[in-house]
Ligand binder design. Structure first.
Ligand SMILES: [Zn+2]
Length: 254
């Protein structure tokens, strides 16, 4: 049984939707309790005190009441609003995708400081620079922290290490790479072309600090191979594609 009562935490608002005429239902990523659902009462009224501390893409110092089903925001002070996001449609789309991914892939009420800090760092970096590389780096880092790490050291089926000119595929169903002889017709359905170069970029994006990612020079062909495999790998984990991803992919091509 859940313990009821007040708690104070840093919280990122990753989703907000109408709950009733005056109230909003928020999805928060909190430092103390992980992902929680909370009601913000009266915030849809223009004179609400809470209003400034419950907007999406903001970090807030929140006082919440833990209820049986939903928590309630009792106080909230905005510590950081990622304002540049709202001026640039590409940045807003990228931040919306990042928040939707966090919302859908993170399990509820599991405290994880690494996930919280990556979520925050993601909003920071996307408010400064929006590029496919940054998005890919965020996806790879998040997937790895959550334990969705594909096997990239060789063929996931026979263990063969890859050489130059080998035909490699990325199998989302197998959770890793396959060599040509293991890439049988039944596993081909969820396999996508991959290369040694894409493997190297994946590993580099995982290691690299976010603010340095944009300095990397990646060939467009490699970027699209990596991107296709990553998109499909994420869909495999979620069981469905995210709505905001299609919009973002279109926007990044412009
Ligand atoms: Zn093999």
């Amino acid at each position: 049984m859940k313990s009821l009562g007040l708690y104070r935490t840093d919280a990122i608002v990753i989703r907000s939707r109408k709950y009733s005429e005056a109230d909003s239902l928020l999805t928060l990523l909190t430092e103390k309790k992980g992902k929680v659902q909370a009601i913000a009462k009266g915030v849809r009224k223009t004179n609400s005190r809470l209003r400034g501390g419950v907007q999406v893409f903001t970090l807030n110092d929140m006082l919440l009441y833990q209820g049986r089903n939903l928590d309630t925001v009792t106080q909230s002070l905005c510590k950081e609003a990622f304002t540049p996001l709202h001026d640039d449609i590409k940045a807003v789309t990228a931040a919306s995708y990042w928040c939707e991914l966090l919302d859908k892939i993170i399990p509820s009420e599991e405290r994880d400081a690494t996930v919280f800090h990556l979520a925050l760092a993601g909003l920071h970096v996307l408010s400064i620079e929006t590029s496919e590389l940054v998005i890919r780096a965020l996806e790879i880092k998040l997937l790895t922290i959550l334990g969705y790490k594909p096997y990239l050291e060789g063929c996931t089926s026979c263990g063969k290490e890859f050489q130059e000119k080998d035909i490699i595929s990325f199998s989302t169903a197998q959770g890793g790479l396959l060599c040509l002889s293991c890439s049988t017709s039944e596993v081909k359905k969820y396999s996508y072309p991959f290369t040694l170069e894409a493997i190297a970029v994946w590993k580099q994006l995982l290691r690299m600090e976010l603010h340095k990612v944009n300095r990397m020079k990646i060939k467009p062909a490699c970027m699209s191979i990596l991107g296709k495999a990553l998109d499909e790998f994420i869909i495999m984990q979620l069981d469905y594609p995210l709505k905001s991803k299609a919009v973002l992919n279109t926007m990044l091509q412009m």
